[in-house]
Design a protein around this ligand. Structure first.
Ligand SMILES: C[S@@+](CC[C@H](N)C(=O)[O-])C[C@H]1O[C@@H](n2cnc3c(N)ncnc32)[C@H](O)[C@@H]1O
Ligand code: SF4
Length: 455
């Protein structure tokens, strides 16, 4: 594909598109058809079906950060007041107790992820208390996977040691970019030495996977700054890397209004920045797992990808496939295979509801048969870069075939009578290919500002 063709495709497909960490995506949920009684029944059904063998996953949202990085699109609460920790943990534990009542028998925990916000905002003894209480009356699956997100500026040896003692073996550090001007603009001053220090500590303690989050498309990034950031990163040899496309959603995140559209790379330059990073990472031995994720061949994410065992949920790509994911904390989303439920998004509302003994689930969606089929298609496309004969024959109709044929002519995918496969040139457009199977989005009128752009 020549530059002109690529440029035309980038223009055509750089439209608001979901990231598909779930299907149906939250803005397309049929919230009217959802109620708490049914939600609890579905959680119980899903628990009964999956607890024995696969076990369940838990995601805990820890929203606090001491200072706002202006590019950030996560659900955060900025505060320097650490008195917020204890009441929040009390609420989390109460919420977990409510789920245990729904389960009715001992849960087998396979996957646990602490995300945020900044989990390492919390005092080590509070994190220890949270995890120890959480594991009370719980069985741990033999193939457990516990991970957390750490901020290089405030992760201490104590955090790393204590969480390691509790079973955590994976840590991901937010890096984003190492250029000084970019860091000043996004209000995230983070010297390379901090990253180097926490990475070395994590390795010395015995973490088996150290992962970094980088972003392309940030204000003032250019080929030189990105190249330099990647070179520095490579000197630390992370086991995994997420190289995220910057989501610019200033209507949702006012912090992003601190810089102008003119400070952001154009969509063509943005893609070029990704290609620079991708080239350097692949040259250094990393494998491209898909949707902006890279891993060294020794890492489990790579092995799962090769073995066709990769899974995707609200936490991004995972190596363990469970059918029940319980999300605890403000704004957290739970996935009970046949239904989704999301907690209240405002911290005070979440705490008040928990204190009053009310449900913290604010909205949700029950999946129809058609949703379940489309969910499988989107999962397979995003995890394997293809759609097999069975799913293809059940899901492709005249309208989707027409769209896919157009994409084939554009060189984005190969199409046979009963399957599709994404081409190397089609990798930037995975979100757009998934979009073809998003029947819910077809039916609802959206404001253009609902999703970030796909490139
Ligand atoms: C909860 S944060 C990371 C943990 C920790 N708070 C930190 O900043 O180091 C999770 C990740 O989301 C990604 N992220 C946040 N806002 C984003 C945006 N607007 N576009 C793309 N990725 C974003 C960043 O890479 C970030 O490291
Ligand atoms: S990037 Fe991390 S530290 Fe910065 S505001 Fe977002 S969650 Fe908080």
């Amino acid at each position: 594909m020549n530059e002109l063709q690529t440029s035309a495709l980038l223009k055509k497909y750089d439209v608001p598109t979901p990231r598909y960490t779930s299907y149906p995506t939250v803005p397309t949920w049929d919230v009217e058809q959802f109620n708490i009684v049914q939600w609890k029944q579905i959680v119980r059904q899903c628990f009964d079906e999956s607890n024995g063998g696969k076990g369940i996953s838990i995601y805990i949202h820890l929203p606090f950060c001491e200072s706002l990085c202006t590019y950030c699109a996560c659900n955060t609460r900025i505060t320097k007041n650490h008195a917020v920790e204890v009441p929040y943990i009390q609420a989390l534990l109460k919420e977990w107790e409510e789920y245990k009542k729904i389960f009715g028998s001992k849960p087998v925990v396979r996957e646990l992820h602490l995300g945020g916000g900044t989990p390492t905002f919390f005092d080590v003894k509070n994190l220890r208390w949270l995890i120890t209480e959480l594991f009370h009356g719980v069985e741990i699956h033999p193939d457990f996977e516990f991970s957390f997100e750490g901020h290089p500026n405030n992760t201490t040896v104590d955090h790393l040691k204590s969480l390691f003692d509790l079973g955590f073996r994976r840590v991901s550090f937010g890096v984003q970019d190492l250029d000084e001007k970019v860091q000043r603009t996004i209000h995230r001053i983070q010297p390379f030495e901090n990253l180097e220090r926490v990475t070395n500590y994590a390795r010395a303690i015995g973490y088996k996977s150290v992962s970094f989050d980088l972003i392309y498309g940030l204000p003032f990034q250019n080929p030189f700054t990105v190249s330099d950031t990647i070179d520095k990163i490579l000197s630390l040899k992370p086991d995994r890397l997420s190289f995220y496309s910057y989501a610019h959603v200033p209507w949702l995140r006012p912090g992003q209004r601190g810089y102008g559209d003119g400070d952001l790379p154009s969509n063509f330059l943005k893609r070029h920045l990704y290609e620079i990073g991708r080239y350097k990472l692949c040259k250094a031995g990393y494998a491209d797992i898909g949707m902006d994720h890279f891993a060294l061949p020794g890492d489990d994410l790579f092995k799962a990808s090769v073995a066709g065992r990769l899974h995707r949920n609200f936490m991004g790509y995972t190596t363990t496939q469970t059918d029940l994911l319980i999300g605890l904390g403000v704004s957290a989303i739970s996935d009970a295979h046949y239904a989704y439920g999301q907690n209240l998004k405002k911290l005070e509302q979440y705490l008040t509801a928990m204190k009053a003994g009310d449900s913290t689930i604010n909205k949700g969606h029950i999946l129809s048969e058609e949703d379940l089929l489309n969910k499988q298609c989107i999962l397979q496309i995003s995890c394997k870069g293809e759609l097999d004969g069975d799913l293809f024959s059940r899901s492709v109709d005249d309208r989707t075939r027409e769209l896919l044929l157009e994409m084939e002519q554009e060189g984005i995918l190969y199409l046979s009578n009963d399957s599709l496969k994404i081409t190397p040139a089609g990798e930037p457009f995975v979100r757009n290919i998934c979009r073809v199977f998003d029947r819910r989005m077809d039916r609802i009128e959206f404001q253009s500002e609902t999703f970030s752009k796909s490139i």
